[in-house]
Design a protein around this ligand. Structure first.
Ligand SMILES: Nc1ncnc2c1ncn2[C@@H]1O[C@H](COP(=O)(O)OP(=O)(O)OP(=O)(O)O)[C@@H](O)[C@H]1O
Ligand SMILES: [Mg+2]
Length: 223
């Protein structure tokens, strides 16, 4: 499903020094795998997710998605993202002047579903994530954990082939954390899911844990 071949991402620091956010990363992830990425702050976790999600472009290396080379050209990337990726970014990035309902339904803008089908579908996901009462509210009226669950609903509503989640459970209480983890587990059969987390309980529930440090994979362990 996913193959990375010597992916390198370089940033230039203040003063012009080169910083390797990712250094020649090789990675292979099978369809349906549920993978946790752990590692200290600055290790390159978000950078890796951004490249996998077609948000960021590597300096060198190759990325194959279902055996197709991703070319990192702007027009192709938008198409790639829309068709394949559900992204939960680190700060959840909800659209402030849209209601919770519209935020969740946004990825279905081009869908051929009827309005009633769409409504049922949004309601179903919102109930599962305990945010049904918030559907007509705006993101500023929500708690941090509620915002996080709206971002998760938005990322999974399109049934993407790859879900990328950057610390999706950071501000959730244990009950909602369990709900979210159950959703990821439920959908993993048809979807590949990669979760960046600092939470060992979440990592324990994944099929595999990859540890990043200083832009490199230092451990690639099956549990
Ligand atoms: N846009 C940028 N410009 C310059 N440096 C960057 C940029 N984005 C990331 N970096 C640097 O690349 C390194 C990896 O950053 P990244 O955001 O991937 O870390 P992370 O593992 O997600 O950390 P955290 O757990 O704090 O979210 C860091 O040293 C960071 O400062
Ligand atoms: Mg990060």
């Amino acid at each position: 499903m996913i193959q990375l071949d010597k992916i390198t991402k370089i940033y230039h620091n203040f003063g012009g020094n080169k910083k390797y956010a990712l250094k020649e990363i090789d990675l292979f992830i099978k369809k349906g795998e549920l993978v946790a990425i752990i590692g200290p702050s600055g290790a390159g976790k978000s950078t890796l997710l951004n490249i996998l999600g077609g948000i960021d472009k590597p300096n060198s290396g190759h990325y194959y998605f279902d055996n197709t080379l991703i070319e990192f050209k702007a027009n192709k990337l938008a198409h790639f993202r829309r068709n394949n990726i559900g992204f939960i970014v680190q700060n959840h990035a909800l659209i402030e002047d849209m209601t919770v309902y519209d935020n969740i339904a946004l990825p279905l803008k081009y869908s051929l579903k009827s309005k009633a089908q769409l409504e049922n579908y949004v309601l179903e996901i919102a109930s599962y994530l305990n945010i049904k009462d918030q559907l007509s509210n705006y993101p500023t009226q929500l708690s941090g954990g509620e915002c996080q669950r709206v971002a998760i609903a938005r990322a999974i509503i399109n049934k993407p082939r790859l879900i990328l989640a950057d610390e999706p459970t950071g501000s959730l209480d244990s009950e909602n954390k369990r709900n979210v983890m159950n959703i990821f587990k439920d959908i993993h059969k048809s979807t590949t899911t990669i979760i960046v987390t600092h939470d060992y309980e979440i990592a324990d529930n994944c099929h595999r844990v990859i540890e990043l440090n200083n832009g490199g994979i230092i451990e690639n362990e099956k549990i």
